[in-house]
Design a protein around this ligand. Structure first.
Ligand code: NAP
Length: 296
């Protein structure tokens, strides 16, 4: 039997165990998925312990996504994002991936939303970094807005640098290494504080909330007056699922994408990397939505 798992602190309410176990049941995979809670400074040590114990793979969540970089060989994308959320022990040293990036891409894709035009990412923490890297290659303009403007500027600078490296021909699992740099117009990457939302959201095609606003209380980081019907809005927050931002996006006629889609598709990519099989997306989504219903 293969054993997979999640490290985080806390992990008590994690939705990953039911989601992955539903995939094992659906495809008759002989595996279990366990949630583990190392001390907050023990992320890298927990990865080493998991390898010693013979585990096959690990997901990684707050606060360990950055620390775990030191314990794995990160993919180019995970190194650029600066965070690992999936570890594959089939390799020595274990490989680290960032599947939150494809979580964002495939959440939009599931809703028929193209990654093009102008995008605004609100937030510059872990989810904001994944969202910015998920969209940067495909859109014409990317704006990062964050409460702490300096953090947004820093992230925008790293995205510009990564885009420059990709266009210069560096292999990157984020994109097409054979792309002709001359044929690809550069993405304009800008940043600022939350006061820059008024000047960027009204003309945005894509908006991602990657802040924690909306979790604890019925608040939104983006004033409703800036939302419009020609945009798609992804809220990374999944507890609650129906945030104020998404309600106001729907009222404005926008396509609203809840955070469970991002959570689902980061798990789908992890499953596919670990097992080399197509994930049973419907079964995983059903288990995730059931677990969310139970946790409400
Ligand atoms: P994080 O690294 O701690 O970042 C938190 C972000 O929220 C920062 O940009 C922070 O701004 C901002 N923020 C916090 N309080 C704020 C406030 N009162 N007003 C405005 N901005 C505020 O957290 P994270 O890991 O990125 O998670 C962010 C959200 O995404 C959480 O709700 C998490 O559950 C969700 N998430 C979802 C998925 C998924 O698969 N759906 C995956 C990862 C995360 P400062 O920099 O100014 O502090």
């Amino acid at each position: 039997m293969d054993v997979y798992g999640l490290i985080g602190n806390p992990v008590g309410h994690s939705l990953s165990p039911p989601m992955h176990e539903a995939a094992y049941d659906a495809l008759d995979v002989d595996a279990r998925y366990v949630a583990l809670e190392p001390d907050a400074d023990e992320g890298a040590a927990a990865v080493e312990a998991a390898a010693t114990l013979g585990m096959s793979g690990l997901n990684v969540t707050v606060p360990f996504k950055r620390d775990v970089l030191a314990a794995v060989e990160p993919s180019d994308l995970a190194a650029a994002v600066g965070a690992v959320n999936t570890v594959d022990f089939a390799y020595d040293p274990p490989r680290g991936y960032n599947t939150d990036v494809s979580g964002v891409r495939r959440a939009f894709g599931h809703h028929g939303v193209e990654r093009e035009g102008a995008a605004v990412v609100v937030g510059a923490g872990g989810a904001g970094r994944a969202a910015a890297f998920a969209l940067a290659e495909d859109v014409d303009a990317l704006h990062v807005a964050n409460r702490t403007a300096a953090r947004a500027e820093e992230l925008a600078g790293e995205v510009r640098e990564a885009l420059g490296a990709t266009r210069a021909g560096g292999a990157d699992d984020a994109g097409d290494a054979d792309a002709d740099p001359a044929a690809t117009p550069p993405t304009r990457v800008t940043a600022g504080g939350l006061d820059t939302l008024a000047g960027t959201v009204p003309s945005a095609d894509l908006l991602v909330n990657a802040t924690t606003v909306g979790m604890e209380s019925d608040e939104t980081p983006v004033p409703a007056e800036h939302l419009h019907g020609d945009m798609a809005v992804l809220d990374a927050v999944y507890a609650p699922l129906d945030t104020r931002l998404l309600r106001e996006a729907r009222a404005a006629g926008a396509t609203a994408v809840d955070g469970a889609w991002m959570l689902l598709y980061q798990g789908v990519e992890a499953f596919e990397r670990w097992t080399d099989r197509d994930a049973p997306v419907g079964a995983m989504n059903g288990a995730l939505r059931d677990a969310l219903d139970r946790s409400e």
